[in-house]
Design a protein around this ligand. Structure first.
Ligand SMILES: [Fe+2]
Length: 180
């Protein structure tokens, strides 16, 4: 039987209860890959008939993590950014996402002057999920109709996050919604 969305949410809660650190999040990442094999779930959350936009499809009552379906219409490239005090797991449903990871090399952590270095770039393809832990810096680049399911440690609209401008050597607090 296909791994259900309900079971995924229950298992994610249990994983964080057992291990709120990297281990619990890695379990959620693996489970998200299992969930993405559930064609019926993928079709209903991210399929051709799903409404465009970002939809919150679960919010955990104990840990406050959220599950979002990103039903993207247009291609998009984000600047390098972090997720503040939150973590994020990206699971690809359709098309692909080019993921780039960076590290901050100026020894500080807040907004203002900031130097980051590119670490690696790779592709998330359908069924593959990547974990970006607290403090990780990444950017995403996807074509039209790339859709994904994302789990974040909390509602990102409530945390202060940074985006990076490598040319200017600056980090700025993200003001707008939608910088994934
Ligand atoms: Fe992100």
């Amino acid at each position: 039987m296909a791994y259900s969305f309900e079971q995924f949410c229950k298992d994610a809660n249990a994983a964080l209860k057992a291990d709120p650190g990297r281990g619990g999040k890695e379990t959620i990442r693996r489970n998200l890959e299992a969930l993405l094999k559930n064609d019926e779930f993928v079709r209903s959350a991210c399929g051709p008939d799903a409404e465009y936009g970002t939809h919150q499809i679960y919010r955990d009552p104990d840990f406050d993590f959220v599950v979002l379906a990103h039903v993207n219409k247009d291609a998009r490239k984000s600047p390098p950014h972090d997720h503040g005090s939150s973590w994020a797991i990206y699971g690809q449903a359709t098309e692909y996402t080019e993921m780039s990871e960076y590290r901050r090399v100026d020894g500080s952590s807040g907004a203002g002057d900031a130097a980051i270095e590119h670490d690696k770039t790779y592709r998330l393809t359908p069924g593959v999920a990547g974990l970006y832990d607290v403090g990780a810096i990444h950017s995403i680049d996807y074509p039209a109709n790339a859709r994904f399911v994302r789990v974040t440690g909390t509602d990102l609209e409530t945390v202060e996050r940074l985006k990076f401008d490598m040319t200017r050597g600056k980090a700025e607090i993200i003001q707008s919604i939608g910088v994934n």
